[in-house]
Design a protein around this ligand. Structure first.
Ligand code: PLP
Length: 381
């Protein structure tokens, strides 16, 4: 049963929603289709997201969870027969290729070690030989494995060959550095429920001039209505939305974005606390799943021998009221994950989580060195 005061959710999204955001969700609504004030409000919210993404590109907020952004980018850019490069070092990276195929792309995978970040030098060598691509898909943070890819180096390499870059930054936006324009990211997409800590239900994306050119100059029509970004091109000038906007969700997102923008340095907070979490786990004798490229928004831990994911999950929840998660696909039952995203990325919450994990693992017979919570505290001093 879902109770009013549920467990501490320390999963890599959805994350804890602050009271200020929850209150905004219940603000009185207007009719967002016809009220000019709402068009201004939506526009202002997009401008705030431009600040967050460091871009002058147009930003849109769409009604649907992060996956919608991913599919909308593929549906709008790709025509049957287009060559698309799928940069793949994990479950989301690989899955991006499936979306491209759904819209008729001829997909070529650049697949690398799933325990490491994409190596820009390897990609550079690959591109020297193979660069006849209209677009490339890539993932900023591979959430299941806890790996952040160097998009700052990857996107400029792709742009050198005029390839449109489509970046799933759902689990990185707000927790990792992101310089959309400087790094040459054509489409960057994010979701409401990760580091921005609004409830799930919205996706937002920024679209460069180069990407708009492709979207608006296709030979074949876009085979979708809901995923058709072209429908949005002049929404402000025309004072027209393709469909009724989820106004309450946008109220919530707006407050979440404001909170992020008002904070002095949320990226540094994520880096510092993520580092503390990793140090605590490693000094305790646990093994992190990634060999390098550690994410600052989620930590993925290999499950120690002799215990199962369910043992850990159940005890954490029942005895400590803290929810952590495992992963899916090939990582199912192999790892557990702690999210340190947005509202969950605070010392107190991570301290409680590591303390509970320490007690849980010991009670399951796992030997640990030191105490996870204590090592965490000294690591972030
Ligand atoms: C969370 C997330 C999404 C959104 O997908 P869900 O399966 O609905 O959670 C997309 N991409 C990445 C990298 C994510 O972490």
């Amino acid at each position: 049963m879902i109770t009013v005061k549920g467990p501490l959710i320390m999963t890599p999204g959805p994350t804890y929603v602050d009271e200020e955001v929850r209150k905004a969700l219940s603000n009185p609504i207007t009719n967002p289709d016809i009220d000019p004030d709402f068009y201004e409000y939506y526009q202002d919210t997009c401008i705030k997201l431009q600040n967050l993404l460091n871009t002058e590109n147009q930003v849109l907020i769409l009604s649907g969870e992060g996956i919608l952004g991913l599919e909308a980018a593929c549906a709008s850019l790709i025509e049957p027969g287009d060559k698309v490069l799928c940069i793949d070092n994990g479950i989301f990276g690989n899955g991006f290729g499936d979306f491209a195929k759904m819209y008729g792309a001829e997909v070529r995978y650049f697949k690398t070690n799933y325990r490491k970040a994409i190596d820009p030098q390897e990609l550079e060598l690959f591109l020297e030989e193979n660069h006849d691509f209209k677009a490339a898909t890539l993932v900023h943070c591979e959430t299941p494995s806890g790996i952040t890819n160097p998009v700052d180096q990857i996107c400029p390499l792709l742009k050198r060959y005029g390839i449109i870059t489509v970046v799933d930054s759902v689990s990185a936006i707000g927790g990792e550095r992101l310089e959309t324009d400087e790094w040459g990211m054509d489409i960057v997409l994010g979701g409401s429920q990760k580091c921005l800590s609004a409830p799930p239900g919205l996706t937002f994306l920024s679209i460069s001039q180069a990407a708009w050119k492709v979207i608006l100059n296709r030979k074949t029509p876009i085979a979708s209505f809901y995923c058709n970004l072209a429908n949005w091109k002049d929404w402000y000038e025309k004072q027209w939305f393709p469909y009724t906007q989820p106004i309450s969700d946008i109220y919530g997102l707006r407050v979440a974005v404001d909170r992020w923008l008002e904070e002095d340095n949320p990226i540094a907070r994520h880096a510092k606390l993520a580092n503390g979490v990793r140090e605590s786990l490693v000094s305790g004798g646990l093994k992190l799943y990634p060999l390098e490229g550690f994410s600052n928004t989620v930590t993925t831990i290999s499950i120690p021998k002799g215990v199962t994911y369910h043992d850990i999950y159940d005890k954490m929840l029942k005895e400590h009221n803290i929810m952590i998660t495992g992963a899916f696909g090939f990582l199912q039952d192999k790892v557990i994950r702690i999210g340190h995203m947005g509202e969950n990325c605070y010392e107190e919450k991570l301290y409680l989580t590591l303390k509970a994990l320490d007690l849980t693992l010991r009670s399951l017979g796992v030997e640990l060195k030191g105490e996870l919570d204590r090592t965490f505290v000294s690591a972030i001093k």
